[in-house]
Design a binder for this molecule. Sequence first.
Ligand SMILES: [Zn+2]
Length: 143
Amino acid sequence: MRKTIDWIIHMVGNGIVCSDCGKVESSFPEYIGNFHTHGLDKYGHPELQLVIHMTPKNIGYVLNTLGLRIQAGEKFKAGQLVEGIFLDCPVRLDEFEETGRKVLWVIIPDEKNRFPEDPECSYPYNYQLVPTNQLEQRGGPVS
Ligand SMILES: [Zn+2]
């Protein structure tokens, strides 16, 4: 079976230097960013997006692990809880429409396994249902 990662991950987050202009991004709330794939559509699947600003290694781990499962034929659906990413909790996939394309957001529960619609859910996990264009304090939508 093919195991080549043939999609890319765009990372737009605070402290990350833009490869185009050298500017360091600082417009997002703390620990929030926009990390998304391009190329999973070739598998007839929506692209994935993550908004919790983890380390680049962890962001790559989450998006590429799901990407490899999609490549192997899995189809993830909105509302689905996905095991096998983190040992102690599932992640949830929620559908969002962003700049005209439907994406699946990877929603990560907080340290007590609370999802963002829970009023007790802690920061930054409780920000995961806010559309990206409302998270960015300046600049246009990211595509
Ligand atoms: Zn992009």
